[in-house]
Design a protein around this ligand. Structure first.
Ligand code: B12
Ligand code: SF4
Length: 443
């Protein structure tokens, strides 16, 4: 049996004209994980396509096509699903957007897979081979990330990515920030792979620099401690995601550094306490941000600092103030996003109830477009302010001042900053989606 697994992309990331050169992309784990989960007795030949690095063939030779759907790529995913179904190929959809809006997705597929898929996907494949595929498969929460096969990284072309050394140790996050898709889609229950399994996977891949894509590696501190201890003996350098709470656990922070942590993506979200209250992310404390940055730099850990614009307490001053903070604190790699009310999240429900959602064109839900009416500025001010903040924080003088303050892993930091400078300067020209007519002018 032939199964094709596809990862469609939104306009910002699509191969031709994509804003980032493909060499900057790391290899995601979705398709390679799904391929590995196939029951061995079924004799399936998989073909994997990631539209971020290559075109997806429209004349696929497959019995079944599976697409992973994130919200910003939902229209593209549905377009591809329609195409393959019109050629008589059965299509199954899964992933975050399908989990958030299963009824919408079901209209565009022969079957959908809601939630994670560790048990549901093998069950679907078995049913399909017997001609009994059901329209909907729900993955319950009572499964474990144990006894799992390693992802089939070999099925994607490694030369097209910056690295294939991408790993996942945990799923889900214990927090429930208002805008975040994670607790809404997958709940707050923690799923963890056995530490030895993660270590074996890293050994097999055999690279000295690796990336963890876990949403919050320190969500369960006991597990994080166990994992970091085990990483020490591998003598690797790793990059991952954590919350600012790491700053309040000196022991864990030092252990992370000893385990080879070279860089962390931290969701600061805002430098304004009231905005963090809006976001239900009060555990972030702006008065502690600088100490956290200094402590991490002292341990030779660089920081990708993420900030979100458009909270209800944000005024037009927020852009300059946030850029200034990044410069003063020496954030190695700042990243800005526009607050995005992903469907199903508490934020979406609140704004929808208040009539503040401007569009439900999902291709605009990519963190770079204004899709709701902000409280203290116009949509246009938010869009333009966000674009300007990107340009300002990646100006030559800002890069120089930030990196002079940080002095952490300078060669990599310079390269990454130049790449983001390119991104910042080309952001507007890559807005290829159709906005609601006249929105930009009228807003
Ligand atoms: C790699 C990655 C990317 C890559 C590629 C993503 C892609 N699939 O196209 C890039 C860098 C392009 C990217 C971009 C963005 N991303 Co992203 N990304 C990730 C990340 C870090 C890892 C994905 C991964 O490998 N997961 C590991 C695998 C094993 O888990 P999984 O994908 O969830 O798959 C499991 C189930 O969901 C299910 N499943 C998934 N797909 C399918 C398909 C089928 C057929 C079946 C049966 C099952 C199934 O089975 C799997 C096993 O259980 C996730 C966070 C995360 N840790 O998951 C965010 C995540 C997917 N991204 C997210 C977001 C918000 C974005 C951006 C908007 C960020 C931004 N501001 O720029 C952009 C969107 C750009 C666009 N419109 O094109 C959100 C999705 C929200 C949503 N509502 O869709 C996530 C969940 C992060 C988050 N904190 O909320 N991202
Ligand atoms: S801490 Fe991060 S991953 Fe966890 S709920 Fe908040 S935004 Fe989502």
């Amino acid at each position: 049996m032939k199964v094709a697994l596809l990862s469609p992309k939104g306009p910002l990331y699509r191969n031709r004209g994509g804003i980032f050169k493909q060499s900057l992309r790391y290899q995601p784990l979705t398709l390679t994980t799904l391929a590995a989960l196939a029951p061995p007795e079924l004799d399936i030949t998989f073909a994997l396509y990631d539209e971020g690095i290559e075109d997806i063939p429209l004349d696929l030779d497959a019995d079944l096509v599976g697409l992973t759907v994130i919200t910003g790529c939902a229209p593209r995913s549905y377009e591809l699903a329609r195409h393959y179904r019109s050629r008589g190929i059965k299509v199954v959809l899964g992933g975050p957007h399908v989990t958030l809006l299963p009824d919408e997705a079901a209209q565009n597929a022969d079957a959908i897979c809601v939630g994670y898929a560790e048990e549901a996907w093998p069950a679907l494949l078995r049913d399909f081979t017997q001609g009994q595929m059901r329209p909907r498969y729900n993955q319950g929460h009572d499964f474990k990330l144990t006894n799992l096969p390693f992802p089939r990284r070999d099925l994607l072309n490694g030369r097209r990515y910056l690295t294939q050394a991408v790993f996942e140790a945990t799923r889900a996050c214990a927090h429930d920030c208002e805008f975040c898709v994670v607790p809404t889609a997958w709940g707050r229950r923690q799923f963890q792979k056995p530490v030895e399994h993660v270590v074996d996977d890293i050994r097999r891949v055999g690279k000295r620099r690796i990336i963890f894509i876990d949403l919050n590696l320190i969500s369960d501190r006991a597990y994080a401690g166990e994992l970091f201890e085990a990483l020490i003996r591998l003598k690797i350098r790793w990059f991952g995601l954590a919350t600012s709470l790491l700053g309040r656990d000196r022991k864990l922070m030092e252990l992370a550094a000893r385990s080879g942590c070279a860089g962390l993506l931290i969701g600061f979200e805002s430098i304004c306490e009231s905005s963090l209250g809006d976001a239900r992310k009060k555990f972030n404390d702006p008065s502690r941000y600088r100490a956290l940055v200094n402590d991490l730099h002292a341990l030779d850990i660089s920081i990708q600092g993420c900030f979100v614009f458009g909270h209800d307490h944000d005024t037009v001053e927020v852009f300059d103030q946030t850029v200034q903070f990044c410069v003063d604190a020496g954030i190695d790699l700042p990243r800005f996003a526009i607050l995005t009310p992903f469907p199903g999240t508490p934020l979406h429900q609140r704004l929808d109830k208040d009539g503040r959602i401007l569009t439900k064109s999902w291709d605009l839900y990519d963190g770079q477009h204004v899709v709701f009416r902000p409280a203290k500025m116009t949509p246009r001010e938010l869009q333009i302010g966000h674009e300007k903040a990107w340009r300002d924080v990646y100006s030559v003088s800002s890069i120089t001042r930030r990196l002079a303050r940080s002095r952490t892993q300078l060669p990599i930091a310079i390269m990454a900053n130049l790449a983001y400078r390119y991104y910042a300067q080309h952001l507007e020209t890559h807005y290829t989606c159709d906005w609601p007519i006249g929105f930009r002018e009228a807003a």
